[in-house]
Design a protein around this ligand. Sequence first.
Ligand code: HEM
Length: 511
Amino acid sequence: KPEKPTNNTTKQSSWVSPDWLTSLAQSLSIGKDDSNIPIANAKLEDVSELLGGALFLPLFKWMQEYGPIYRLAAGPRNFVVVSDPAIAKHVLRNYGKYAKGLVAEVSEFLFGSGFAIAEGQLWTVRRRAVVPSLHKTYLSVIVDRVFCKCAERLVEKLKTNALNGSAVNMEENFSQLTLDVIGLALFNYNFDSLTTDSPVIDAVYTALKEAEARSTDLLPYWKINALCKIIPRQIKAEKAVTLIRKTVEELINKCKEIVESEGERIDEEEYVNETDPSILRFLLASREEVSSIQLRDDLLSMFVAGHETTGSVLTWTAYLLSKDPSSLSKAQEEVDRVLQGRSPTYEDIKNLKFLTRCINESLRLYPHPPVLLRRAQVADVLPGNYKVNPGQDIMISVYNIHHSPQVWDRAEVFVPERFDLDGPMPNETNTDFRFIPFSGGPRKCIGDQFALLEAIVALAIFVQHMDFELLPDQNISMTTGATIHTENGLYMKVSQRQTNSAFAASSSSSR
Ligand code: HEM
């Protein structure tokens, strides 16, 4: 019988030697300090989980042992891990005292000076310039022209799988769907990733994987420029970023030429260009003084922030529904009743109440990203009288807050109805930071409305046309980077629903 490998014999990548792991584990049990924050005494096996694994899972285990705030010393880094809504609220709302810190370090190679990681005046100015592009009229146009169209294309593709009985990796399909959506919504550019392979798509995945890997690399060797030129992973990432930037620059230049030749200028609130409703077009027509590089980096920020996140929401919602047939039937009955076989309009969405709660509840159980990072800029005292020093890295574990039995009844159970069906959309304000899937405070997600609408439309069209069940004997385990995703995909057997023969007619005639 082969012996189970121990941590000492497990093969690690070259820079993570067993000795290094042991010393790292020892450094986790450092002495007491005067901050009142308990120190997590992590075990060796927990530490190896931190390396490239699902970081948020050991954080949850330690919350059960040490409570809603503890200190985790991980080699050269030292984090205060927060799992308490009041402390999270304090940190997220006091943006002047807490900057993005490590997040900016691991993703600067991709975002450049983009406002998702910028600080200070640059962030203020650019966020103010971009937010107006996501106005209500834009969202209603995009629901029809982008969200519905892309979801209908996904359903068409799945019908082929249904006919030939092949298993489908729904995680991959949802990721392709959301890439197509964000390409069209931001740049009016069709990646068409549901049906084609392209070097840009590969480059996007490579860059996202690199950002993910950097967020869990405990040794940030990529900060050394010379190493980036010789290490294959870094060479690949650099090539990918160059290609993505070039593609976005070309799209900006093309759009700029059109806007200038037409002398286009925004002349009304909630402006949308009829032929090209994209955010890029809005930003160029608004004639803000901004360099092409800044504009490129801001668009890239939105592109990356808006792609895999929504894809992951759809993946986990489909997973949860496949495990809960009565919720799935309830969602399908609602979709059939409200939509009568057609695709949703912007106005329909408020009536898809139960389906929306399924997405809210999926965001509670699987928040993306599961952990938010901040760095203290000044000395501060957190609620509960916990002291932090300037430079202190803080991890707000959204996953822990959302899964804590102190915060939620039946925290581990999927209960869409826990959010009142007729109540407002749950958010950080009306739950007092118990539910923070889009963060809170000044750096809250700017795409929350966009993402919710996109997820509702895609899920509505998916459940309207397809029945689905998990392929048996799959081990659906979680891993992380910027989002929670599965380790090996989410394979499902799909079949076409019999109830809506109206689809073919409605999808070809109504658009
Ligand atoms: C920021 C979540 C979709 C654009 C954030 C943050 C979270 C988040 C938690 C704050 C991070 C922090 O506080 O450190 C999500 C989730 C999404 C989603 C769960 C999907 C369900 C989108 C979409 C867009 C977008 C579709 C763009 C259209 C951004 C941007 C920021 C951001 C630009 C940075 C804002 C700033 O720093 O000022 N997102 N997001 N997100 N999100 Fe989203």
